[in-house]
Design a protein around this ligand. Structure first.
Ligand SMILES: [Zn+2]
Ligand SMILES: [Zn+2]
Length: 103
């Protein structure tokens, strides 16, 4: 409890957030009705953090974060940005790491 409605600062603006605050998916062109609960949040912290932009997205536009250190979800733009910044952490590298771990 206590997460139904609260105020956060995002991009210098104070906005209401929480799962009792209705909003529209922030993906341009999407009109899906959602709420500003943590389930729809890009990143881990309302307002944005190093893992996400703090935007709110519907289930079609929120993905598992590309960042293995992030426990939250991320939008496509943030995952793309992370992938661009970490080209060495592609799937091939991960597979090699697995082989080393289990040999
Ligand atoms: Zn994002
Ligand atoms: Zn959407």
């Amino acid at each position: 409890m206590g997460y139904a409605r609260y105020e956060i600062t995002r991009n210098g603006q104070t906005i209401e957030a929480g799962y009792n605050v209705p909003t529209t998916c922030e993906q341009p062109g999407c009109i899906e009705q959602i709420d500003r609960g943590l389930a729809h949040l890009c990143g881990e912290m309302p307002g944005g953090d190093e893992h996400g932009c703090g935007g709110y997205f519907c289930g079609d536009h929120l993905y598992f974060s590309s960042n293995p250190a992030a426990s939250g979800s991320a939008c496509r733009a943030c995952n793309d940005r992370y992938d661009a910044q970490h080209p060495e952490e592609d799937e091939e590298t991960s597979a090699d790491a697995m082989v080393v771990t289990f040999s």
